[in-house]
Design a protein around this ligand. Structure first.
Ligand code: NI
Length: 248
């Protein structure tokens, strides 16, 4: 169930039976020449909504305006500072917790969200009087889903405009053709030093990766693979959400 499509009495009734809610977090940024601007938000929301359907759980509106400063030299990217995003997440978690949503499950689709999300969770847990449990998961981290994307794409999964995320948007929205040639292969050092989307200044980042892909061969994606990846992520996320609700 989408929170936005419910009435407040329906939410109040739900809370009598469950303290759980799903919160998707994505981004609004370039994803290479054939990846959609909303890729991260589309993927995270689809996984969260799949869990919502499986588990009869509420899905909060997707937080899609998040930090993506390194992509600002590509048109269409909207970036907010980590401080702004952290403050927003704190307010969202606090609002929900005060109403009785004391089990908040974040489904993330954007690497640069992870550090500010952790900061926000920590701050809210310290400040709040009410008990609150928050679990943060990025959809590609579920073991079987991670194994599937590695089996499908190997090293060509890369870091940005990944074939796995592009495949999911192809299954859900549309396919764009192009970028048939593989991108520059990343060194192990680059991958290590830039984990969590720690990339450089916008102009330098665009010079370094002119078409926006960062080691990812997006054109390997297909809608069929996207459907399989989404199905896997939803299955694993639903199982994890069930455990999360049952833990005392
Ligand atoms: Ni992405």
């Amino acid at each position: 169930m989408k929170l936005a499509e419910m009435t407040w009495p329906e939410v109040e009734t739900y809370l009598e039976a469950s303290p759980g809610i799903l919160l998707p977090t994505g981004s609004t940024e370039q994803h290479g020449p054939i990846g959609l601007i909303g890729t991260d938000a589309i993927c995270a929301q689809a996984v969260a909504e799949g869990v919502g359907e499986t588990m009869n759980a509420i899905v909060a509106p997707t937080l899609a305006l998040t930090p993506a400063p390194f992509n600002l030299a590509f048109p269409g990217t909207i970036s907010v500072s980590p401080q702004t995003f952290t403050a927003l997440v704190q307010d969202v978690l606090t609002s929900l917790a005060q109403q009785g949503f004391t089990r908040i499950y974040i489904v993330n689709g954007h690497g640069a969200n992870i550090a500010p999300l952790r900061t926000a969770i920590e701050k809210v847990s310290q400040l709040l009087d009410a008990p609150l449990e928050v679990r943060l998961r990025s959809w590609w981290d579920y073991p079987q889903t991670d194994a599937l994307r590695k089996r499908l794409y190997g090293d060509w999964e890369g870091m940005h405009g990944t074939p796995s995320e592009v495949a999911i948007t192809q299954a859900l929205v549309r396919s764009v053709t192009g970028a048939e040639d593989p991108p520059e292969k990343l060194s192990a050092e680059y991958i290590r030093d830039h984990a969590g989307d720690r990339h450089g200044e916008p102009a330098e980042h665009r010079r370094r990766f002119p078409d926006g892909r960062v080691g990812s061969h997006s054109a390997l994606a297909s809608p069929e693979q996207g459907a399989a990846l989404l199905e896997s992520a939803v299955r694993e996320a639903a199982a994890d959400y069930r455990v999360f609700l049952e833990e005392t």
